[in-house]
Design a protein around this ligand. Sequence first.
Ligand code: SF4
Length: 467
Amino acid sequence: MNALTDATLAPAPAKAEPTIAFVSLGCPKALTDSELILTQLRAEGYGTSKSYSGADLVVVNTCGFIDDAVKESLDAIGEALAENGKVIVTGCLGAKPGKAGGDNLIQEIHPKVLAVTGPHATQEVMDAVHRHVPKPHDPFVDLVPPQGIKLTPRHYAYLKISEGCNHRCTFCIIPSMRGDLVSRPIGDVLGEAQRLFEAGVKELLVVSQDTSAYGVDVQYRTGFWDGKPVKTRMLDLCERLGDLAATYGAWVRLHYVYPYPHVDNVIDLMASGRILPYLDIPFQHAHPAVLKRMKRPGTGERTLERLQMWREKCPELVVRSTFIAGFPGETEAEFDTLLDFVREAQIDRAGCFAYSPVEGATANEIEGQLPQEVREERRARFMAVAEEVSAAKLQRRVGATMQILVDKAPMLGRKGGVGRSYADAPEIDGIVRLLPPEKLSKQLKVGEFTRARIVATEGHDLVALPI
Ligand code: SF4
């Protein structure tokens, strides 16, 4: 959860200004929605409050992906109602219909909430805020930094390139909540990237539901950036982001990419160092029959060959992925195929969920739902294999010198610090524990790069000596 206590927010305003408390739950896509709303609030002169009781109103940005997330969101709304009483709800859960035939689940469970919107609804949220806490007369526009307000640390930021999804994976209800793919205009996306780099961002994390599908909905329409035509297409976007990042000495990292043939060209950009040789591909499974039951996109039989070909072009490539164990109907033989895939594909970082039914998902009707113990047991077996692969790959880094982005460095790193290499995305992968530098003159600074020699591994992490 990202509560409003984040240090990136501007100082508390004078008492006369209305203040809003904000709770942000869910994935990076939801986080960018939160940033847009907070930016707008600040632009209009609202202050932000660190506590529910000290605020004039609370906005809760919810997640509705799995049942645990739904519960967390409903609990947060209940808490805000109890402590403050004036609550507006936005986000994925806001789009979920009620069980008793009502328009939405939230108003059925918490009838006292003042307004409910779905995701990606900054204007609707602002309209609801205006109705219940009128706009201040003299907006403090100057308090808004040009890049907006960010909930992530100053040196990395998520860049959302599209909303929604054209796929219909049977375990997922995101398309029913967020709708079909809508790509943001390429000029807007590149403009936002430039503002973020100018504000000091050193790592840009590109997110969407399907980054490789960028522009499909607008037939790769030609947009404009910097006075020149540019197509709304993944490759063109990556080229321009790579050029921008080079100007500012920053990294670009891609998330949620599917192994479509056109991604081959993006690997060339990685091999030439324009964007990080890192791909986050949510494979979910490897057996063709399970993938078919899941209705997964980009699941040609040649996935393994494609990965091998990518690694030949770009040997540094790191692949992170997520998988589901115990999907309905999964046989032992199908599960074994998944284990073989993780070994053969040499997945660098893997996460695995035991299959968990999501209300409203069509996978709930698939025959052969497996007992919870079987799903959990397969997840544990999967993780044992995945960790073996991952540990062996990490071990091979010992002795190498890597570029590390510093995330924490108390006392300018005199006692060491924490950073990440190109192989580690923030919050989901490992870290690099930085030892105190041997040279007394060497300092570590948050948001800056340092070179470091890898000296050991520690579970999912590396230990390195800054040089
Ligand atoms: S690709 Fe599948 S899992 Fe991902 S958002 Fe679209 S429907 Fe859901």
